[in-house]
Write a protein that binds this ligand. Sequence first.
Ligand SMILES: Cc1cc2nc3c(=O)[nH]c(=O)nc-3n(C[C@H](O)[C@H](O)[C@H](O)COP(=O)(O)OP(=O)(O)OC[C@H]3O[C@@H](n4cnc5c(N)ncnc54)[C@H](O)[C@@H]3O)c2cc1C
Length: 465
Amino acid sequence: MADIETDYLVVGAGAAGLAFTDALVAASDAHVVVVDRRTEPGGHWNDAYPFVRLHQPSAYYGVTSLELGAGSIDTTGPNAGFYERATAAELRSYFQRALAHLLDTERVRFLGGFDHSGGGDGHHTVTALATGESTTVTVRRRLVDATYLETSIPATHTPSFAVGDGVRFGPVNELGEVPDADGFTIIGGGKTSMDACSWLLDAGVPADAIRWIRPRDSWLLDRRFAQPLDQLATTMDGQALQLEAAAEAATVPELFERLEATGQLVRLDPAVEPSMYHCATLSQVEIDQLRQITDVVRLGHVHAIEADRIRLAQGDLPTGSGQVHVDCSAYGLRRAAARPIFEPGRISPQPVRMCQPTFNAAVVGHVEATYHDDDTRNRLCPPNRYPNAATDWLTNTATSQAAQNLWGEDDELTRWMESNRLNTARGLRSRLDEPAMVDAVTRMIVHAEPAVANLTRLVAGGARA
Ligand SMILES: Cc1cc2nc3c(=O)[nH]c(=O)nc-3n(C[C@H](O)[C@H](O)[C@H](O)COP(=O)(O)OP(=O)(O)OC[C@H]3O[C@@H](n4cnc5c(N)ncnc54)[C@H](O)[C@@H]3O)c2cc1C
């Protein structure tokens, strides 16, 4: 292939790379080359387990220029009453269409099955994985590293523990059909493990046949407060409750008590204080279902699975050939160190608003095209590292809200967000005739700046003024 010259080289055609490219192309005349090792767009969704769904509504996931789903409300199942959530198959097909839409602009070129194998000074090498042939891409503006937070999933990661010969062990993907087994040992405490447990229960596996190795318990988000459009007032009420708690709590324990009391954070086991927070979002129906599983093992991380025992950080567990061990231990969201999003010759898309990768990538693409110096761009887009520990809720909320406060002062960004489908709060202004919305927004405005100040104090270990 002949050498290529372009404005931007986007590495990674996952959700983040495509959401960035879509927003950039919409707001500029830029030419973009998107490269991915995978031959298809959509990143990790190409290797997702068969029963996965978005944990948030489809209505605000994907790329700005293309709706995902029909915006319908589910009438049955654990998501009844809430906006629909796409399956992995729907997401793969969606990202194909999103890419086709970008290619139609004739300003975007996709190199699927190519590895970005290095570069600098505006010259990068991409290598065709099928042939080993390398091509130089000369980049006039910037490299966009949409792999900086590449997702890790069970199907493609290497577990951090040894698995003995003959042990029945596999990634969650192998649960496409319920295998014949005496019992199931689920390994991991994140959203994937929750999905695996729900799926087994839905398939008729008794709760007492499921043993759940949960090294850490997690704070969860209630999907009721993550709804857009016609249910946005409830979401905004949730935001107001969070900001009130953040502004007024005198201590960190009091903050978490208030967040739980108002339904803003939820835990599976009321007797165990969660130490983890990954923005996992569930409905109350799913939470109640998962509470049926009482054989929860809290002995730390798995070190090895042998034929007759599982070795964990704080003890051993018996196991045997009748047990199917389900790997849900991949870390999911990558917590790479925060770095400036805009740097000379380089953009590293990262979250700004807590945990919304596609919205954030679109914000970064739009800000790149619309503002003309990196100081302004970086001021509008402070990196907000994915949360891991429970207390990361504080720094994540403070960073999100501080950015939101700045965005609110910027007419251009406010206009863009009001109509952007990836913004949970899109259309907010047009709903200000709803009394519940006015009430929520008023409380949010009152508490927005005090919340940032109080959270900053709490993070620093200071007392409330
Ligand atoms: C089960 C699951 C459910 C989720 N549900 C939600 C949800 O409901 N809402 C939400 O907002 N988020 C959700 N997430 C988070 C999810 O990770 C993001 O939404 C998003 O899909 C991440 O996209 P990405 O582009 O950052 O990463 P990826 O999907 O990992 O894409 C990165 C791409 O970069 C490519 N790549 C890496 N290195 C190179 C290289 N050197 N050269 C070329 N290509 C390279 C990879 O092949 C890959 O395709 C979920 C995650 C998981 C695992």
